[in-house]
Write a protein that binds this ligand. Structure first.
Ligand code: 3HC
Length: 286
């Protein structure tokens, strides 16, 4: 069995750049695919800032940071992924875009034991697996934001994921990346978002109905329940567009009213108020 040494990460938004960073920090050769130069430059900046933060907080040495940066390369051509042993897809939470990525990667990767992982939080792994010629090698590997800080990875096999793929993926994220795994069935939202998203949407509905201010809703959960951040600030961190997309996938799957995105969330996404990454969401970040 080939050891996983060469990792490809498709998409370098908040999650993709975090995943690329932790893989490079773990000593792996990492190739990141993006759609264009601007997106690539943005990802490089995010990763450099995060590694710098690691150095300032004493978690990394300057040599660790420089070594990680040297192990990271970028491309706009998925054809360059031919020699990868593991590909982690972290593009937008959109089924069509994700299936296109899986089809493309399946065509170019030559390692017959390669693992194709998705960081999706709500799209069926089965659908992504069926977009490839090797669904037994496709598995959900769902990280949490900020990836360098949060320990959890949800491991999500589809009905067709092979035992060997599951074992190798689990060993990789625990032994190489130092994360902790929980397992979930292939159901929209998996374990964490199935619990978290209705809570975030409830906070948005509370704000929408004029029940309380954003500050008081967030302070309530920080000061009263010792959460590290309140639900509206957390939605800003995740991204309102991503929260909406996850809620819609969960609503599609279960038709549970609690998963239905409230109108305020929809209007804010239409307005481009996407949270921290756009400078404004429920709070301001300018
Ligand atoms: N990269 C590297 N290190 C980081 C970092 C980043 N992006 N962000 C924070 N850190 C480090 C800091 O250096 C600091 O380290 P230190 O304690 O050794 O100095 C530590 O993390 C704490 O950071 P700060 O003191 O700057 O800030 P906070 O104490 O306010 O913590 C937070 C920030 C880690 C974001 C914390 O508020 C938190 O954990 N919030 C909850 C996040 C959460 O719930 N995420 C899950 C979202 S759901 C998801 O991702 C799934 C998806 O499908 C939606």
């Amino acid at each position: 069995m080939t050891e996983i040494q060469r990792v490809g990460v498709v998409g370098s938004g908040l999650m993709g750049s975090g995943i690329a960073e932790v893989c490079a920090r773990a000593g792996l050769d990492v190739l990141v695919a993006e759609v264009n130069r601007d997106a690539t430059e943005a990802a490089k900046g995010r990763i450099a800032a995060s590694l710098g933060r690691g150095v300032r907080s004493g978690k990394l040495t300057a040599e660790d940071r420089d070594g990680a940066l040297e192990r990271l390369r970028f491309t706009t051509d998925l054809g360059d992924f031919h020699d990868r042993n593991l590909v982690v897809e972290a593009v937008a939470e959109n089924e069509q875009i994700k299936t296109e990525v899986f089809k493309a990667v399946d065509k170019v990767v030559t390692d017959q034991q390669a693992i194709f992982a998705s960081n999706t939080s709500s799209i069926p792994i089965m659908k992504l697996g069926m977009a490839t010629s090797r669904p037994e090698q496709v598995v959900g590997v769902h990280f949490f934001n900020p990836v360098p800080v949060l320990k959890l990875v949800e491991l999500v096999p589809s009905l067709l994921t092979g035992e060997q793929t599951q074992t190798r993926a689990e060993a990789f994220v625990t032994e190489k990346l130092g994360k902790q795994v929980i397992r979930s069935q292939d159901r929209a939202g998996f374990v964490v978002n199935a619990l978290l998203v209705p809570y975030l949407l409830s906070a948005i509905r509370m704000l929408e109905s004029g029940f309380a201010s954003p500050e008081d809703i967030d302070n309530g959960m920080v000061l009263g329940c010792a959460h590290p951040m309140g639900p509206l600030r957390l939605t800003d961190l995740i991204g309102l567009d991503t929260t909406k997309a996850i809620a819609e996938s969960m609503y599609d799957e279960f038709k549970e009213p609690l998963y239905s995105p409230p109108p305020l969330l929809l209007r804010m996404v239409d307005a481009g108020l996407l949270g921290k990454k756009s400078g404004r969401g429920f709070h301001n970040y300018a």
